[in-house]
Design a protein around this ligand. Structure first.
Ligand code: ADP
Length: 487
């Protein structure tokens, strides 16, 4: 079959710029599509934290100037020198806007990502390349779907191009004062964006993308249904219901090469599902590294997470003291986030020194070591579009304890010691009682070594790689291309 030309535009891309699962998914999906022979080009901002070698050729786009919010900024896009596995990767340079990390704050965010969308359009012109599909991710690039829809009305390069917006996290929508559109030279889009005339009118970029994109996806089938309800739709449920014929859930895939305990260079002892007992050595190494004194026989619970309300960090902080007092577990927590959760975890670490360690950092190496060294990994999310850490935990023989929501519900099945089926502990309600039940149930299984071995083996036998899921994106891309051809 003919290869598909795909332009992928995103705010995060692992390992260059990662704050969470978005980076893992844009990167691993691109690698999968490239491996299937498709022509994939990706554009992301060259934040100054990115340490990447760009090609010495002249810029693929620019240098050019843009007027944004009364300021003239200079930008250019250059090829990443070494990214063959990911097709072609372009980094958008703009020292005035991308100095620092991935996300900033305030109104400047609008200009940073409006420039990314605009540069995506211009890059296609500069390369004289017409993608079949433009794949946008989250609010940061949602406006690009509106730009393409507007450009298509005028005919030209994008007449045959289809857009997809993937909603990785509906909790972040990109809401800004509407007057910023004109300040970014984008007033022509106003009629397509439902902007009212009030002086304090706002634009919601994710909403704009949901209106304009030719197809909408989110990252698990259950979450696709959830976001059409008031409980999970975050105010966008009515619009999503109206567009539900264009919405589908495609589960995220795992890069099985990278998240592989048999080859992982960050862990002390490599192991596989044939040698699960070797995992023990990683547990001891982690206990030693973190100064935990709970010992090899006590179950060790891990958490690797952004520390925000969505992730249920407060529920964990409420439930742990009892379990720690009863000496039922040790705990290794890695995360960064909101100050109240950070402070609560620091307090716990102080009160239960030797039993609970909290590392307030973003640390890729430690994330791998926690996955390899812990017996259990907890994901107590209030909502979870897909969730990746529970999938990584399965690979590393670490039993996930998850709330039944979104992608967690689609990937983790509650274990039944009678039948030996299931791959984790699944609790229903996002409250302390629910989480307590999920954890104590898993701890009871841990005490039964035969049941535990079976549970670990079940998890390690799962396959959530892109080889299993990636085909769904290819099918969707081809369906969209066919629709465009017919109309
Ligand atoms: P989300 O995208 O909502 O943050 P996911 O479970 O989909 O949640 O993905 C989280 C990703 O970010 C995983 O790769 C996880 O290992 C990583 N991660 C989260 N916090 C940290 C941290 N403090 N240090 C290292 N990796 C982290």
């Amino acid at each position: 079959m003919k290869p598909i030309r795909i332009l992928n535009v995103c705010a995060e891309f692992a390992p260059l710029a990662k704050s969470g699962g978005l980076a893992d998914v844009t990167s691993s999906l691109t690698a999968y599509l490239t491996s299937q022979g498709h022509e994939v080009r990706t554009l992301l901002p060259h934040y100054s934290i990115i340490n990447a070698e760009v090609s010495s050729e002249p810029a693929a786009l620019g240098p050019a100037d843009a007027d944004l919010g009364g300021e003239t900024v200079r930008y250019a896009a250059r090829r990443h020198a070494d990214a063959a596995a990911h097709g072609e990767l372009f980094l958008l340079e703009c020292a005035a806007l991308y100095d620092g990390g991935i996300y900033g704050s305030g109104e400047r965010e609008f200009y940073r990502f409006a420039l990314l969308c605009r540069a995506a359009v211009e890059l296609c012109e500069a390369l004289n390349w017409t993608p079949d599909i433009i794949h946008c991710h989250d609010w940061h690039t949602a406006l690009l779907t509106t730009m393409v829809a507007a450009a298509r009305r005028a005919g030209g390069r994008f007449a045959g191009t289809q857009t997809i917006l993937t909603i990785h996290n509906i909790g972040y929508q990109g809401i800004f004062p509407a007057h910023m559109l004109a300040a970014a030279g984008l007033q022509a889009l106003e009629p397509m964006l439902n902007v009212d005339d009030a002086a304090d009118a706002q634009i919601n970029l994710l909403e704009a993308g949901i209106r304009s994109a030719d197809a909408l996806t989110t990252v698990s089938p259950t979450h696709a249904r959830e976001i059409c309800t008031p409980e999970y739709g975050m105010g966008l449920e009515t619009l999503l219901q109206q567009r539900s014929d264009r919405l589908q859930g495609i589960l995220n895939g795992v890069d099985n090469e990278y998240w592989n305990p048999a080859t992982d260079g960050w862990i002390e002892h490599n192991y596989s599902k044939e040698t699960p007992a070797d995992k023990q050595a990683n547990k001891q190494a982690l206990l030693d590294e973190l100064g935990l004194t709970t010992g090899a026989r006590t179950p060790l619970l891990g958490l690797i997470s952004r520390l925000v309300g969505q992730k249920g960090t407060d529920l964990l902080a409420a439930v742990l003291p009892d379990l720690l007092r009863q000496q039922r577990l040790g705990c290794a927590i890695l995360g960064t986030g909101e100050p109240t959760y950070v402070a609560a975890l620091h307090r716990l670490a102080k009160e239960f020194a030797g039993q609970l360690v909290f590392v307030d950092a973003y640390d890729e190496r430690l994330a791998h070591r926690i996955l390899a060294g812990c017996d259990l990994l907890v994901v107590p999310s209030r909502y979870e579009p897909c969730g990746l850490t529970q999938l990584y935990a399965l690979r590393y023989g670490t039993v996930p304890v998850v709330r039944k929501t979104g992608g967690l519900a689609d990937t983790i099945r509650h274990f039944d010691p009678q039948t030996g089926r299931g791959n984790g502990s699944v609790f229903e309600h996002a409250n302390a009682q629910g989480l307590h039940w999920g954890l104590t149930t898993a701890l009871d299984w841990y005490a039964d070594s035969t049941a535990w071995r079976q549970l670990v083996a079940n998890g390690m036998s799962e396959d959530f790689s892109w080889c299993r899921q990636g085909g769904e994106y290819e099918t969707l891309y081809r369906k969209l291309i066919e629709e465009r051809r017919i109309h």
